[in-house]
Design a protein around this ligand. Structure first.
Ligand SMILES: *Cc1c(COP(=O)(O)O)cnc(C)c1O
Length: 400
């Protein structure tokens, strides 16, 4: 069967190297539980010997994600953090990393509390500010770590521009592509070196598996990462690899529907008097709206919004019915989360405030519900608020 390249992205989600098992004709990838493989020759071992090093089911997922990201090699890990942490093992003592200032809380934690113990330095910068990025470069800068759109403020970083600065400085560019997936954004085609994923989110899409992926294009880098994956050993189990493969088949349709709904909900929130601000790269009011349309096929299905105060937020959360209130994103069901207490709890309040992650901020990952049901739900939850909307309108000098 043909691989990626011959078909459109949508078709290659289904019609790929893993479409049919060559031995049995099975149209679902077989789950190979074996941890070890019999060797038929003393002098010549087979392709598979031990499942930490290589396993056929995990390999199927690794091939699919490599093709979808237009890389040469994929790696599957036991979580997004395992993928990210293993990629950071490419660094050595004395190296320096430059990161987006509102990176995922777990990434913030490993960089500030673990890598520092191994003598790896870091600087957080607002990556939307290219001159600030240039100023942060040191002679020992080895990695530029981008999350775009970022979490939870949906800031958009110019992947091409940062990758160019990285190349000028003999450094690598890592991109956490969890929010957009290769359906919308392909960092390797924009000059990045390593693409990272929490496959727990949109790639699998059903809130039923924790998984991570990494993809590279360069063969030497692929060898290094393969060595680290096997050395560190945080590989993905076969049942979970199968679940990610299953979820990937519907990635495109899930995203398409969720984006349509996210745009509608973002506009609704933007017009609501109890909403202070909406962060969504699909809104024309987003400061990097144009960049987002240039480097990605769509704005994704995650948005954040700030309510006018914490009291309104608490009241809204107590009344809202449809979304689950939980950590995580990228699922068939809509998920509301509270970054200050969830994804960014690893950051101190001071660090959060520096980054604009206030206690009035909520993040919404839009699922597959009818968006009008979500809008009705939000309307009721905000209207039943202890606040009189007209009074707030007056207090805010007639804004909105
Ligand atoms: C969830 C998430 C991670 C971490 O992934 P896990 O699978 O939870 O380990 C990393 N980056 C982003 C953007 C995420 O949303």
């Amino acid at each position: 069967m043909n691989g990626q390249g011959t078909f459109s992205f949508e078709t290659s989600l289904l019609h790929n190297r893993q479409k049919i098992d060559p031995v049995t004709g099975a149209v679902s990838v077989p789950i190979q539980h074996a941890s070890t493989f019999h060797q038929f020759h003393i002098d010549q071992f087979g392709k598979y010997d031990y499942s930490r090093s290589l396993n056929p089911t995990r390999e199927a997922l690794e091939e699919v994600i490599a093709d979808l990201e237009e890389g040469t090699r994929g790696f599957a890990f036991s979580s997004g953090m395992a993928a990210i942490s293993t990629a950071f093992l490419l660094l050595s003592q004395g190296d320096h990393v430059i990161l987006s200032d509102d990176v995922y809380g777990g990434t913030f934690r490993i960089v500030t509390q673990v890598l520092t113990r191994y003598g790896i330095e870091h600087t957080f910068v607002d990556m939307t500010n290219i001159s600030a990025v240039r100023q942060a470069v040191r002679p020992n800068t080895k990695v530029f770590y981008i999350e775009t759109p970022s979490n939870p403020l949906l800031k958009v970083t110019d992947i091409k521009a940062i990758s160019k600065i990285a190349k000028e400085n003999d450094a690598l560019t890592f991109v956490d592509n969890t929010f957009l997936t290769p359906a919308l954004q392909k960092p390797l085609t924009l000059g990045a070196d390593v693409v990272l994923h929490s496959a727990t989110k949109f790639l699998s899409g059903h809130s039923d598996v924790v998984a991570g992926l990494a993809v590279v294009k360069d063969e030497i880098l692929a060898e290094k990462l393969a060595f680290l994956q096997n050395s560190f050993g945080a590989v993905l189990g076969v049942q979970d690899a199968w679940l990610v493969l299953r979820g990937l088949k519907t990635l495109h349709v899930r995203l398409e529907q969720s984006i349509k709904s996210a745009k509608k909900i973002a506009s609704f929130l933007e017009d609501h008097p109890l909403v202070e601000k909406v962060y969504y790269p699909g809104l024309k009011s987003h400061p990097q709206y144009v960049l987002q349309t240039e480097q990605a096929k769509g704005p994704g299905a995650v948005l954040s919004f700030e309510l006018i105060n914490e009291q309104v937020l608490r009241s809204f959360l107590s009344k809202v019915q449809i979304p689950v209130f939980a950590v995580s994103l990228g699922a068939v069901e809509s998920i509301l989360s509270y970054p200050a207490k969830m994804s960014h709890a690893a950051m101190s309040q001071i660090e959060r405030e520096k980054r604009g992650i206030s206690n009035n901020l909520l993040r919404l990952s839009v699922g597959l519900e009818n968006p009008d049901d979500l809008i009705n739900d939000f309307t009721v939850a905000l209207n039943e608020n202890c606040y009189d909307e007209r009074e707030i309108y007056v207090q805010r000098g007639g804004r909105k």
